[in-house]
Design a protein around this ligand. Structure first.
Ligand code: A2P
Length: 338
């Protein structure tokens, strides 16, 4: 089997660490692995297949000889370095929001629109969607195919790991400070995140929505390849370390019973139905953490509209919401296109 030279950009971050682990776990055909981060990380190493791999500083010539680059070091880094990587022949799978809505760049969730990867040559970049969007469309696609979605109303309960390692540390530290009667410090979030919920993810825009909410609205249409789907979102940061949860209300054009939805979802790739209220079984962030699948439960009829369902969707935001989805895209690239 052909093997590839792979670079992970932002390797020292929460998603970068998981990308390295996912490459190993899924036995990705890696010939050699290059770990890249800022100059702050010079001297650090990460373990890959039992060996210590040094982290190098990301530079303009870092992509010479690299065939696949997995990027998760922030939008401005991707904007600058992804085109440079492609000039050296390196295909980029970009986990930031920098390129997602570019009409020439595919935005891919393999379970939903793997075929879009064929357009990778337009700019040498494939965008990995927003974490909350990925898990929602994995669950919605089979239902859309069956009964055509008219409208989605989603509220999210998002883990702090989505903001990166600094936010994981901030929640840990605030919890410890509060238990020890110390003043808390706030660096990452504008308010205390411990024992609190912040209806504010990414920056606010002029229409009162946050960018995170607009990502869910716009990316859903692009990935599902259907601009007629109406989406509205409220995205909330909660004091959970790993695993995003979502309350999703869906209105369909045609009837779809909870039983039919459950059957469709049981057969859907990457989905596990966890839905037995009589035994208190429903998706939970603590169980989804570390897993690859998207968990769906609490599936019930929305009695207030003609064809509506409510559901609760949970996935590990760092795995399916980021690193795993990116590695899945890279797997399809190697098997079908490179
Ligand atoms: P570093 O650890 O050297 O700062 P997280 O989202 O968990 O905060 O991780 C962000 C990732 O992006 C880290 O690997 C971080 O590296 C990397 N990064 C941030 N700024 C830069 C930069 N200017 N050049 C290269 N990598 C960067």
């Amino acid at each position: 089997m052909r093997e590839y030279t792979v670079a992970v950009v932002g390797a020292t971050g929460a998603v970068g660490n998981e990308m390295v682990a996912t490459l190993e776990q899924r036995k990705f055909p890696v010939k050699s692995l290059k770990l890249l981060a800022s100059e702050r990380s010079i001297g650090k190493t990460l373990t890959y297949k039992g060996k210590e791999v040094p982290v190098d500083e990301l530079k303009e010539d870092s992509f010479e000889g690299v065939e696949i680059g997995l990027f998760s070091a922030g939008g401005s880094i991707s904007q600058k370095f992804a085109p440079l990587a492609w000039e050296s022949g390196c295909v980029v799978v970009d986990n930031t929001s920098a390129w997602r809505m570019d009409p020439n760049i595919p935005l891919v969730v393999p379970e939903v629109n793997a075929h879009a990867i064929k357009d990778y040559k337009n700019k040498g970049i494939i965008a990995n969607p927003n974490c909350s969007t990925i898990q929602m469309v994995v669950a919605l696609k089979p239902l859309h195919d069956a009964a055509k979605i008219k409208r989605v109303v989603v509220s999210t309960y998002q883990a702090v790991s989505g903001t990166g390692k600094k936010a994981i540390f901030e929640l840990e530290t605030q919890v410890s400070d509060l238990f020890n009667n110390r003043e808390i410090t706030k660096k990452v979030y504008p308010h205390q995140i411990a024992f609190n919920c912040l209806p504010h993810i990414d920056v606010f825009t002029e229409n009162g929505y946050t960018k995170e909410e607009l990502k869910m609205i716009n990316e859903t249409k692009k990935i599902m390849e259907d601009d007629s789907i109406q989406v509205t979102a409220t995205t909330v940061r909660v004091p959970v370390f790993y695993g995003h949860s979502e309350s999703v209300n869906v209105e369909f054009e045609r009837p779809l019973s909870p039983e039919e939805a459950r059957e469709l979802l049981k057969k859907a790739p990457g989905v596990i139905v966890a839905d037995d209220p009589s035994k208190n079984i429903y998706p939970l962030a603590i169980y989804a953490a570390g897993k690859d699948e998207t968990f769906v439960g609490r599936i019930r009829k929305d009695e207030s509209v003609e064809h509506g369902l409510n559901m609760w969707i949970v996935a590990d935001n760092i795995r399916k919401g980021a690193a795993l989805n990116a590695v899945q895209i890279a797997e399809i690239l190697t098997k079908t296109y490179l």
